[in-house]
Design a protein around this ligand. Structure first.
Ligand SMILES: [Zn+2]
Length: 323
């Protein structure tokens, strides 16, 4: 059986349990927080309170999707996992352009240096200071996914270069890739880029795809062999839950039930019960899953989407050793 790399160490993938594949427990600093104070999730206590809501609803694992130098808080994630007993998978790789200054090292360092930093995150341990530099002090907690992000309808040249870095780090470590698409665009281009750099599409999880509710498009992405990740339950300002329920049922009927995973991406204080907002991290399992059941989705399919598919998607891949 495979292994999943959590912040407390590698675990057997079959012990992962019910998993939220895209969320944010802590966002401690960075350009994103400066631009949008609502995403400043700096309290370990509140992260624990919030995660207890997910755990009480049956949740057992969360992927924290803050990559390097965007406010990733590796020591905080370790503490939250220890205190709650919930598995946390942390993330390396890079975020959208808006999370970095134009002269940030992700755009100025040589490619090999960036690849080395991603690989060290995954194989040695993440930097206590989130690569804000110049001091790097690695803790024992390692990253278990690599993130890559594109813009709305575009892949800037400086972003394409980072796709190559993520692909190289993936091929060297076997850690899966999980992406940010902006409004669901550029999903097929993301898969094409990774294939160009030698990645098997089955190791790629395409994120935020539900922001573009186009069934034919979702089938086309799934036909590449990539996993599709839906993380918009409760986000009524974008679409009603009914639309996602219908999309998921359609994808299962079309034979793609083995490639769907869910998250909730509640990356704002105003989305967290622990900060006085809502709907909070209990929503995915307490409110959204019953909607899937009511729409006729069977327990086998629900188990696949929340347990079997995440276990498969997060498992470390075999690494080919090149002589
Ligand atoms: Zn997110």
């Amino acid at each position: 059986m495979g292994k999943v790399r959590t912040v407390l160490g590698d675990i057997d993938s079959e012990t992962l349990g019910v998993t939220n594949m895209h969320d944010h427990l802590l966002i401690s600093a960075g350009v994103g927080v400066m631009k949008e104070p609502d995403i400043h999730l700096d309290s370990v206590d509140k992260a624990c309170q919030e995660l207890e809501l997910f755990k009480a609803a049956g949740g057992r694992a969360v992927v924290d999707m803050m990559p390097v130098a965007t406010g990733r808080d590796a020591p905080g994630l370790v503490e939250v996992s220890r205190r709650t007993g919930v598995h946390i998978v942390a993330c390396s790789g890079f975020h959208q352009v808006q999370y970095y200054t134009p002269d940030h090292w992700v755009y100025t360092y040589p490619l090999d240096a960036i690849v080395d930093l991603f690989i060290a995150d995954v194989t040695v341990g993440m930097d206590r200071y989130d690569y804000r530099g110049p001091i790097v002090e690695r803790i024992s907690a390692k990253a278990g996914v690599l993130k890559a992000a594109t813009e709305y309808h575009t892949v800037p040249a400086k972003t394409e270069r980072l796709f190559e870095a993520v692909a190289m780090a993936h091929l060297a470590t076997g850690v899966p890739i999980s992406t940010h698409t902006t409004y669901g665009t550029m999903a097929l281009e993301q898969v094409e880029l990774f294939v160009k750099y030698g990645v098997d599409p089955s190791a790629v999880i395409i994120g935020h795809l539900d922001r573009n509710m186009d069934f034919a498009y979702h089938k086309a992405v799934a036909e590449t062999g990539a996993m599709v990740l839906y993380d918009g339950p409760s986000r009524v300002k974008y679409y009603p839950d009914s639309a996602l329920v219908e999309l998921i049922c359609g994808m299962v009927d079309a034979g793609f039930g083995g490639q769907i995973v869910l998250g909730n991406d509640l990356a704002r204080r105003s989305y967290r019960v622990s900060y006085g907002g809502g709907p909070g991290m209990g929503y995915l399992l307490n409110t959204f899953v019953p909607r899937l059941r009511a729409a006729g989705l069977g327990e086998d399919d629900i188990h696949r989407i929340f347990v079997a598919n995440p276990s498969k998607a997060l498992s470390l891949r075999e690494v080919e050793l090149h002589g």
